[in-house]
Design a protein around this ligand. Structure first.
Ligand code: ADP
Ligand code: MG
Length: 240
């Protein structure tokens, strides 16, 4: 075909380049369950944050991960999404008895509340397939016991409460597949080391660990030794 004056060379605008770049780092590329993507899309996030981009594929790939990045960088979603995805996959692949497969440890009750509400929000489209319970609430022991007797998929707790519920046999962790320690540096500096040691003694073998922190102090070595395969997690360090 002959060129004519109406032919214009294809010019890729800066805008298109930006759009392509953000499409590259889209949540859809992680391969996570569409029900989770639907919840993410509702948030109108333009792209995953750097700690999410690095951490999500590692957790999906079964690695133990220690991620350091500053406060406000999106660490919650970096572990929530891949963990929720694995729960949905397990539920789709075999008919298992309901069991607590995820334990999320946090340093404070406030954080337990925040994480639980994030879990609830990102599971809105999962048709009540995933149950999350915060066991740090001030309530009658019998009420917490009853909630734990349901074997919620995910339990969110401080280490001391978790150890207490395990000791009283209300919290059963025989089927644990995933342990998360959020704000790992604070968990240690708040003096939970003994509780963590007592928890580590009752955990089954073969679970995966994800630890998140705003700083990396040598203390986190205690945690990696207790909870990571060979004591050495894959590091995601974005604290430059
Ligand atoms: P951190 O645990 O690293 O301190 P959070 O997980 O609490 O950070 O996230 C901080 C805020 O950033 C939250 O309000 C969260 O909704 C928001 N956020 C998370 N991921 C994204 C994203 N990809 N794009 C924009 N905002 C995000
Ligand atoms: Mg956080």
């Amino acid at each position: 075909r002959k060129l004519n004056e109406n032919d214009v060379p294809e010019v890729i605008s800066e805008d298109t380049v930006k759009k392509q770049a953000s499409a590259k780092a889209a949540f859809g590329n992680f391969g996570i369950d569409s029900r989770l993507l639907q919840a993410v899309n509702r948030e109108k996030f333009s792209a995953p944050t750097p700690v999410q981009t690095k951490t999500i594929p590692l957790v999906l790939g079964g690695k133990d991960v220690l991620a350091r990045s500053k406060t406000g960088s999106g660490k919650t979603l970096a572990y929530i999404l891949p963990i929720l995805h694995s729960i949905l996959q397990r539920k789709a692949s075999y008919t298992s008895n309901k069991s607590t497969s995820v334990l999320i440890l946090v340093p404070t009750k406030e954080l337990a509340t925040q994480v639980t509400s994030a879990l609830r929000s990102f599971t809105t489209f999962c048709n009540k397939d995933i149950q999350s319970e915060n066991v740090t609430k001030k309530e009658d022991t019998a009420v917490t016991r009853a909630r734990l007797a349901e074997q919620p998929d995910i339990v969110v707790s401080t280490p001391s409460r978790a150890a207490q519920w395990v000791n009283s046999e209300a919290l059963k962790l025989e089927e644990l597949k995933h342990l998360v320690i959020d704000e790992a540096d604070l968990v240690l500096s708040y003096g939970y080391a003994d509780d963590l040691r007592s928890l580590s003694a009752v955990l089954p073998s073969g679970f995966q660990t994800t630890m998140l922190s705003a700083t990396l102090r040598t203390e986190t070595d205690t945690l990696t030794t207790l909870f990571c395969k060979n004591g050495t997690p894959t590091l995601v360090d974005l604290s430059a």
